[in-house]
Design a protein around this ligand. Structure first.
Ligand SMILES: C[S@@+](CC[C@H](N)C(=O)[O-])C[C@H]1O[C@@H](n2cnc3c(N)ncnc32)[C@H](O)[C@@H]1O
Length: 227
């Protein structure tokens, strides 16, 4: 994932999922962890909503922005600089969130996905939930309010970034993995997670194969011990 200074001008513009994540996290309990939190786009509203929120990211630049943005909040989140693949926090969470196709970051090798899901399991409280959204490779054309330069394959969308004024920003294309529903089901099953709910949008519509988004709420399978 690239680092560019005006992060919020690019990733930070998405708002369609914020209310969803806050409301789903609240249903799970008080302690919430957001993996790959960036500049706190979701973590900050979680804390504003009264939840005890922790955000983890491996970019100091983005975490500094997050801290700056949340400084004046009464209930500010805790931000942690760490790699999600080796995450070790002395706390368990009722909800662990991986928004905005964050799964894509770790989808380079099977081992990385296993490592990630292992870290999720290790930090879930008994009965806790893992909630994440990914894009659907069956239908996906990069959903973006700014121009799209097309896609290389159903698996990978190539996008260029444009700033808020519509001017082209950084010229490198970003590669985004899209996922086939079956493969997510298999990954979860192979890593001892079961799907509790699956939605096709952030308004709670049950998932259908024609939906752009796949939004999963899962829990660790009961017969596997928590580390
Ligand atoms: C697309 S941004 C998403 C930010 C935020 N979750 C959101 O929804 O706005 C991806 C973030 O993942 C972070 N990241 C990438 N690899 C990471 C890793 N191994 N551990 C922790 N954070 C990582 C990047 O620094 C970046 O802030």
């Amino acid at each position: 994932m690239q680092s560019f200074e005006n992060y919020d001008e690019h990733w930070g513009r998405r708002t369609c999922d914020i209310e969803f994540y806050v409301s789903e996290a609240r249903k799970c309990g008080q302690q919430v962890l957001e993996l790959t939190c960036g500049t706190g786009r979701i973590t900050i509203p979680l804390a504003e909503g009264g939840l005890s929120a922790v955000g983890v990211d491996n970019s100091l630049l983005r975490l500094r922005t997050a801290i700056k943005k949340s400084r004046l909040l009464g209930n500010s989140p805790r931000f942690i600089f760490e790699d999600c693949l080796t995450l070790e926090i002395d706390q368990k969470f009722d909800a662990i969130l991986l928004p905005y196709n964050g799964f894509s970051i770790f989808f380079q090798t099977k081992e990385k996905i296993e490592q990630l899901l292992g870290r999720v399991r290790a930090h879930l409280a008994e009965g806790g939930h893992f909630i994440f959204d990914v894009t659907n490779a069956l239908v996906f054309n990069w959903y973006n309010p700014v121009p799209d330069v097309g896609r290389a394959s159903p698996r990978i969308s190539r996008i260029n970034w444009y700033n808020v004024n519509g001017e082209q920003g950084p010229t490198y294309p970003e590669r985004i993995n899209n996922f086939f529903p079956k493969e997510i089901e298999e990954i979860l099953l192979n890593n001892d997670f079961e799907v509790v709910e699956r939605w096709g949008d952030f308004n709670g519509k049950p998932f259908e194969l024609s939906d752009k988004f796949q939004i999963y709420k899962c829990r660790a399978r009961a017969n596997t011990p928590h580390p």
